[in-house]
Ligand binder design. Structure first.
Ligand SMILES: [Zn+2]
Ligand SMILES: [Zn+2]
Length: 345
């Protein structure tokens, strides 16, 4: 299904399956995909992508063909994959542990489509994965619905939570969307005693409570997070710079502020160098994730996925052929994620 421009209808296109795979490439038949917040940013015009293109980067599927030289996957495996392909050779891949900033990186679901392109987005029946893409097989107890957002939302939060210092007892999460819910589940597993979520949406706060957080309406947060309730860490996943002063006020001296959601240009934050120095705080940006975070995400689902409120988090799947209806539903923001059945065309 081709994306043709901001708020333009998606259109269906048919092409032959790309069976002549290059070295290390893998052809996956997609089962399920999801509409991530960044897909909505693109559709609604807050970020720019070339057109036409095949959007969608959260997905699961089955391996149907493997190019020469690839040994880490098998035909018939049910899999998910890293949303960034990296070269494995540059300093970001080899020395800095930031393969998501690889000098030769390629991101799925963001490229110009031509009739000769291999399908590279998840709003498609098939996708061709490249040689440098981490592919992780899903265990039987992790179904497609649980795993569909593992390769974006969950892995990003596994990365974020890896920056939370050992001994952290209290964390404030700003934003009760899917990132905030996954963050809650990960912090609860780490036995962080107090996990708070703030949001303006009562439905999101309700889901956050189900996931195990103490839900605090955003308008009450200024009063709520005062001594002795100051937190060890704040994790921002709301994408709104206006929440920054509230997070700063909630953070104890020596605490950490992790910024995850501010991935668009309108995100100037108000802070002085003196505040960072005198309050001894650490401000850290977290962007995407590395292959090992995806492995950890799938392992986390296998260990503890059943305790997550799945039923209220993901919509019933829309057929791929109904992608326009699915985007309309996603724009109503009733569900943290709207899902797409890629086998129903
Ligand atoms: Zn995403
Ligand atoms: Zn690289």
């Amino acid at each position: 299904m081709l994306f043709n421009g901001v708020m333009e209808p998606f259109t269906r296109v048919e092409m032959p399956l790309p069976l002549g795979l290059g070295e290390g490439e893998v052809l996956v038949s997609l089962h399920l995909a999801a509409i991530c917040g960044s897909d909505l940013h693109t559709y609604e015009g807050r970020r720019k992508e070339p057109v036409p293109s095949v959007l969608g980067h959260e997905g699961v599927g089955t391996v149907v063909a493997i190019g020469q030289g690839r040994k880490d996957v098998r035909i018939g495996a049910r899999v998910t994959w890293s949303l960034v392909d990296s070269c494995g050779c540059c300093p970001y891949c080899t020395q800095y542990a930031l393969p998501q900033k690889c000098e030769n990186m390629y991101k799925y679901g963001h490229s110009l489509w031509t009739p000769s392109s291999a399908p590279d987005g998840c709003y498609s029946t098939h996708i061709v994965l490249r040689k440098g893409t981490k592919i992780v097989e899903l265990p039987d107890n992790v179904d497609d619905g649980m795993a569909v957002s593992a390769n974006c939302a969950l892995s990003t939060m596994v990365n974020a939570v890896s920056h939370v210092k050992p001994g952290t007892r209290s964390v404030l999460i700003q934003g009760g969307g899917l990132l905030g819910l996954f963050c809650t589940a990960l912090l609860r597993e780490k036995e962080v005693q107090q996990v708070y979520i703030t949001d303006i949406d009562p439905r999101r706060l309700q889901l956050a409570s189900l996931a195990g957080a103490t839900a605090v309406p955003a308008e009450e947060a200024g009063q709520y997070f005062r001594t002795p309730r100051l937190v060890d860490a704040v994790i921002e996943v709301a994408g709104s710079a206006s929440l920054f002063p509230q997070g700063m006020n909630a953070l104890r001296f020596g605490g950490s502020y992790l910024l995850v959601g501010l991935v668009h240009p309108d995100t100037r934050i108000d802070i002085t160098g003196e505040q960072i120095v005198r309050r001894c705080i650490n401000v850290q940006g977290v962007y995407n994730y590395a292959p090992w975070h995806l492995e950890e995400a799938v392992a986390f689902l296998a260990r503890s996925g059943n305790s997550f409120p799945w039923g209220d988090t993901f919509s019933k799947p829309y057929a791929l052929g109904e992608l326009n209806e699915a985007f309309s539903e996603a724009r109503r923001r009733t569900w943290p994620r709207v899902t797409i059945d890629c086998t129903a065309v």
